[in-house]
Design a protein around this ligand. Structure first.
Ligand SMILES: [Zn+2]
Length: 323
């Protein structure tokens, strides 16, 4: 049976997996994304991660039938380059990631957009299996999206699926992208943290969020910290999550009004951590904005979890066999 490699490059971690023809993960590895050393340093760490995953699968990188990479930023698979990776320090201009990896791994490498490959994985092997058309919504630090229409990824002219930058409030809160009123300005974990800091430090609102963060030795409000805070009944955390859910509902409903796809698959760090109760809340927040509310799309949780990105990346170099 042929084995393929997949690497999901994120701003905080590199997740590698070795996947067989049925989409089953035979070996995996996770390493922190280096914050110094620029793209060369990141590529070197990606090689280490993939080597470890191959070893865990009882093989080695050179024996793999290709390695796919899901990357943030502007990905040009035909050129083999990745540029505009804002989440990784020192990644300026276009870097020849494909050749850098192929030289060190000794097998061929294909590049894809991180969110799109995660969406493709859910379509081929996960929660999207029974749907021909769907919207993937990856709720994490930002809010990414992937669109599949009649079984094929819709990439637009290269930047389709940016559901996080649907405008949910004209003249609203400033988004990480610099514009105002985007869904991500309310729902992205990065924006939620900025707002939590402002309301806590400037307006004196009480919250356990930063105490939990310190206790856990973290510097950022991870998805797990948000989840713990709401479990403890933290009012500020609940208020910001309610805003996030409302923004997700409005943005997703607007996308559905345009595309009328069969399903919405919710993934990402926040989506996976908060799980089905929040998927139901997002569905509830979507309903009042749906033009055809008598026949809403299915709204479901991503099934492949944290490994979805790496599994999806491996599909770039294999012929997926949907179950
Ligand atoms: Zn934006």
């Amino acid at each position: 049976m042929a084995l393929h490699g997949g690497i999901d490059l994120g701003g905080t971690k590199i997740q590698a997996a070795v996947v067989d023809d049925t989409g089953a993960v035979q070996g995996q590895s996770r390493r922190p994304t280096p914050t110094d050393g620029g793209p060369e340093g990141v590529a070197a760490e990606m090689v280490v991660a993939l080597d470890e995953a191959a070893k865990a699968a009882g093989t080695e990188a050179t024996a793999l039938d290709g390695v796919g990479v899901g990357s943030p930023g502007a990905v040009e698979n035909e050129l083999g380059t990745v540029s505009e990776v804002v989440n990784i320090p020192g990644w300026e201009g276009a870097f020849q990631l494909r050749d850098a990896l192929a030289d060190q791994l000794g097998t061929h490498v294909a590049l894809g957009n991180d969110v799109q490959v995660a969406t493709d994985a859910e379509v081929a092997l996960g929660a999207g299996r029974q749907f021909a058309s769907l919207l993937g919504v990856f709720w994490g630090t930002g809010v990414g999206g992937g669109v599949v229409l009649d079984g094929r990824a819709w990439l637009g002219r290269s930047s389709a699926g940016e559901v996080g930058h649907m405008v949910v409030k004209q003249g609203g809160r400033r988004c990480g992208c610099g514009r105002k009123g985007c869904m991500e300005a309310y729902a992205g974990r990065g924006s939620m943290e900025r707002e939590a800091r402002r309301r806590h430090h400037e307006e004196g609102e009480h919250t356990e969020l930063f105490k939990i963060m310190e206790k856990r030795g973290r510097e950022r409000l991870s998805s797990g910290i948000w989840s713990r805070a709401v479990d403890q009944g933290d009012a500020l955390a609940e208020s910001l999550l309610a805003e996030a859910v409302a923004a997700l509902g409005a943005g997703i409903a607007s996308a559905i009004n345009l595309l009328d796809v069969e399903a919405v698959v919710i993934g990402g760090g926040m989506g996976l951590r908060l799980g089905d109760p929040y998927v139901r809340r997002i569905r509830g927040a979507m309903m009042p904005h749906l033009f055809k509310d008598s026949d809403p799309p299915a709204v479901v949780l991503a099934e492949l979890g944290d490994l979805g990105g790496a599994i999806g990346a491996s599909l770039l170099v294999s012929a997926p066999q949907p179950a």
